[in-house]
Design a protein around this ligand. Structure first.
Ligand code: GLV
Ligand code: MN
Ligand code: MN
Ligand code: MN
Length: 412
C-alpha cells in the first residue's frame, strides 16, 4: 500500500503499519541497530511533534500534562473517560513496535470509528506516556508513576541520565516544569477505563494461534543497582595476587543471576547493563556499576531471587577484597488485571485468549487505580527489546479492529 504520512492514498482511514512507516526514520540507531528514542531527546521530541500533528489533523485537542504525558481528546475532556494509548520511547536499540504500535493503533481506531459515523458519548482520549522504558533515567513507567503518585517527585527530580543530566534539567528543557511534576489528581480522576494495546513480547499468541489476546497479569519485577568498589590500577604492572578488581565480583553476579532465576519457578534475572569505571582496556577498574532486572510470578519469588543474587555478590566481593552496595531503583508487585473488565473485553471481541506477560507496562501502573485492560498483538518470533521485534501487518490491523470495537463498546 502506498502511504503518505500514514494515510492510505485516497482515504482518511490510516493503518497501523502505514503510521509506523511514517516514523520509521525517527530515532534510528546506526550503532546498535533498531531505534533509540529516549524521553526528552531529539528523536522522542520529533515523535511527540508527529503525534501532536496527527492528533490535530483528526480534530483532537492535545495537551501535555504536568508530567510530560501527552493527551489527545476526542471531544471535551471530562470524567469517566475511555482512555487508550501507550508510549513512544524505546529501549536502547529497540524495535519499532514496543510502544508505538499502541499509539498508532489508537489513531487508526479513531479513524475507523469516525469512518463508520461513530461519535463517543463519553469523554475519550489517547494518551502517550513519557519514559515507559526507563531508557534514559532508569525508572520504567516514569510518566505513569508520577501521574499516579507511585514515585515521589523529589526522587524523580534527582534522577540522572548516563551523561549526568538530571531529570529536572531535561524536563525543563522540554517545556515540562519540574516544580509541578507529581501526582495528578485531575488527569487520574478523569480516567474511567484504560485500554492499552501492545505488541506481544513472547510467543503466547503464536502458540494459541490467535492474532489478538487480552492480558491476564504482569510478573512482579524491579531493578537493582549493584556498585562494586575496588582499587583502580595498572593492567600490566599489578601482580594478579595484588589485585582488588571489582570486575570479578561483578562477573560472578552475572552468573549468579542466571543460577538464582533458574532455581525459582517462573523466575527471570538479567544483567543487561554493566559499567566499569573508568573503563579503559589497560585499566583495572576502580568500581563497577551493574544493573539487575529481576522478575517472578509473585513478590516472594522475586525477593528470593534478589536475595540469592545479593548474597552471591557479597560473597564474591568479599573474596576479592571489594565492597558492594545494592540499591533497589524500582519495584512493582504482580499485576492481576481486572477480571471483569478482561472478560468483558474478550466477550466484545467474540472470545479471545487471555495470557500473562513478563513485560512491564503503564497499564500495570494504572491498574492499581482504575479499571485497566490490555490487548496484545501476535509477535511471530516473540523477540522484543531488539531490532528483530515484529508484528505482521494483518495482525496489526486485527489489533486496530479489536481496539476500535472495545473503545466503541466502552464509549458508546
Ligand atoms: C518494559 O518493557 C519492560 O518490561 O522492561
Ligand atoms: Mn518495552
Ligand atoms: Mn512497551
Ligand atoms: Mn514495557
Amino acid at each position: 500500500m502506498i502511504v503518505h504520512n500514514g494515510h492510505s492514498e485516497g482515504g482518511s482511514v490510516a493503518t497501523a503499519t502505514g503510521l509506523l512507516s511514517a516514523i520509521a526514520d525517527v530515532g534510528t540507531d546506526r550503532t546498535r541497530g533498531g531505534f533509540s528514542r529516549h524521553v526528552f531527546d531529539r528523536a522522542e521530541h520529533d515523535l511527540r511533534e508527529w503525534f501532536v500533528e496527527q492528533a490535530r489533523r483528526r480534530g483532537l485537542d492535545v495537551h501535555s500534562d504536568r508530567n510530560g504525558n501527552l493527551w489527545a481528546w476526542w471531544g471535551a475532556p471530562g470524567p469517566d473517560a475511555v482512555v487508550t494509548g501507550s508510549h513512544l520511547d524505546s529501549v536502547p536499540g529497540g524495535g519499532a513496535f514496543d510502544g508505538p504500535l499502541g499509539v498508532v493503533s489508537a489513531l487508526a481506531a479513531v479513524d475507523s470509528l469516525r469512518a463508520k459515523g461513530f461519535t463517543p458519548s463519553r469523554p475519550f482520549a489517547i494518551v502517550v506516556f513519557a519514559e515507559e522504558e526507563g531508557g534514559r533515567f532508569g525508572i520504567p513507567c516514569l510518566g505513569s508513576r508520577l501521574l499516579s503518585g507511585a514515585i515521589s517527585p523529589d526522587v524523580a527530580r534527582r534522577l540522572t541520565d548516563a551523561d549526568g543530566v538530571t531529570f529536572t534539567e531535561a524536563a525543563r528543557a522540554a517545556g515540562v516544569d519540574p516544580a509541578f511534576v507529581g501526582r495528578d489528581e485531575e488527569a487520574l480522576g478523569r480516567i474511567g477505563r484504560f485500554v492499552e494495546l501492545h505488541v506481544e513480547q513472547g510467543r503466547g499468541l503464536v502458540d494459541m494461534d490467535a492474532p489478538v489476546g487480552v492480558a491476564e497479569s504482569i510478573l512482579a519485577h524491579g531493578r537493582w543497582r549493584f556498585t562494586f568498589s575496588g582499587q583502580g590500577n595498572h593492567a600490566g604492572t599489578t601482580q594478579i595476587g595484588d589485585r582488588t578488581d571489582p570486575m570479578l565480583p561483578a562477573s560472578q553476579t552475572v552468573l549468579a543471576a542466571r543460577w538464582a532465576a533458574s532455581g525459582v519457578d517462573g523466575g527471570r534475572a538479567t544483567v543487561g547493563r554493566i559499567v566499569p569505571n573508568p573503563g579503559g582496556t589497560n585499566v583495572i577498574a576502580s568500581s563497577v556499576d551493574l544493573w539487575l532486572d529481576a522478575r517472578a510470578p509473585n513478590d516472594r519469588r522475586a525477593r528470593t531471587i534478589v536475595e540469592r543474587i545479593t548474597a552471591a555478590a557479597k560473597q564474591a566481593a568479599n573474596t576479592e577484597g571489594c565492597r558492594v552496595t545494592v540499591r533497589q531503583e524500582s519495584y512493582g508487585d504482580t499485576v492481576h488485571f481486572d477480571a471483569d473488565l478482561r472478560d468483558e473485553v474478550s466477550t466484545v471481541l467474540g472470545g479471545v485468549p487471555a495470557l500473562p506477560t513478563g513485560a512491564g507496562h503503564d497499564a500495570g501502573i494504572l491498574a492499581a487505580h482504575v479499571p485497566t485492560a490490555m490487548l496484545f498483538v501476535r509477535n511471530p518470533s516473540g523477540v522484543s527489546h531488539a531490532p528483530a521485534e515484529h508484528a505482521e501487518p494483518d495482525d496489526c490491523e486485527a489489533g486496530v479492529a479489536a481496539l476500535a470495537r472495545v473503545l466503541e463498546h466502552f464509549s458508546a
